[in-house]
Design a protein around this ligand. Structure first.
Ligand SMILES: CC(C)(COP(=O)(O)OP(=O)(O)OC[C@H]1O[C@@H](n2cnc3c(N)ncnc32)[C@H](O)[C@@H]1OP(=O)(O)O)[C@@H](O)C(=O)NCCC(=O)NCCS
Length: 201
């Protein structure tokens, strides 16, 4: 386990965090399906996307720091905030188009409508994006951030919810009490939808 300091992301750390997230997600199935086969193009498209999305989550993200550097991030949207209004929807669609080209927009819309379909009607805290610097993955950084997030959720007695695109992520989230509530294919990849009821500590 690599010890990190977990705390709230400071405003000046937003850009390094966005760059880190773009490296972390570059090779995930979803960005490949939306932005195509070129890794550097995907990373740049993700930078645009995350730099638009993360500041509008409606809550300060948690981050992991090591020697002062942001090595991980957990985005958090409070209840009601994960539904995109027209303004945020347009900004995100433009970010996708600018980063990935016009052909990526219908693919992103397919995902957006699938995720909206599964989004629980019940009030919930929406987790994501969650990412760790690629060279430091598998060393316990994600777990230390999830511990803190689940501690918040338990103290609020709140439902948490997320989407993910890799089976190893499903195992990771199950360790923290998330359970799969749905699974569906879109754009040739499997999407898992997971929820976590609060537990008493
Ligand atoms: C998923 C992620 C946040 C987990 O953080 P982490 O610091 O790597 O995870 P930890 O070291 O605390 O826990 C390890 C567990 O995470 C899971 N895991 C998922 N992706 C992994 C990866 N790339 N490397 C290592 N473990 C990974 C495995 O279940 C692993 O358990 P195992 O070693 O028994 O197989 C991180 O790997 C990541 O950024 N992945 C790429 C982006 C992504 O998929 N984010 C989640 C989107 S919902």
């Amino acid at each position: 386990m690599l010890e990190v300091e977990v705390g709230e992301l400071a405003p000046h750390e937003l850009w390094p965090a966005v760059q880190m997230l773009s490296r972390a997600f570059r090779d995930n199935p979803l960005p490949v399906a939306v932005f195509g086969q070129n890794p550097e193009r995907r990373r740049k498209a993700l930078e645009r996307y995350f730099s638009t999305w993360v500041p509008t989550l409606g809550w300060i993200p948690l981050c992991a720091r090591r020697n002062g550097w942001v090595t991980g991030l957990v985005g958090i949207a409070p209840p009601g905030r994960c539904r995109l209004g027209p303004w945020r929807f347009t900004r995100l669609a433009l970010a996708v188009a600018r980063g990935g080209g016009p052909r990526s927009v219908p693919r992103a819309l397919t995902i957006a409508s699938l995720w909206e379909k599964w989004d629980p009607a019940q009030g919930h805290w929406h987790l994501g994006p969650v990412g760790v610097e690629p060279s430091l993955q598998g060393m316990g950084i994600g777990s230390q951030m999830l511990e803190r997030f689940c501690y918040y959720m338990d103290s609020l007695r709140a439902l948490a919810y997320l989407e993910t695109d890799k089976p190893e992520n499903v195992r990771f989230y199950e360790r923290f009490g998330f359970r799969v509530i749905g699974e569906e294919e879109a754009l040739g990849i499997t999407h898992w939808f997971m929820a976590r009821e609060p537990s008493s500590r």
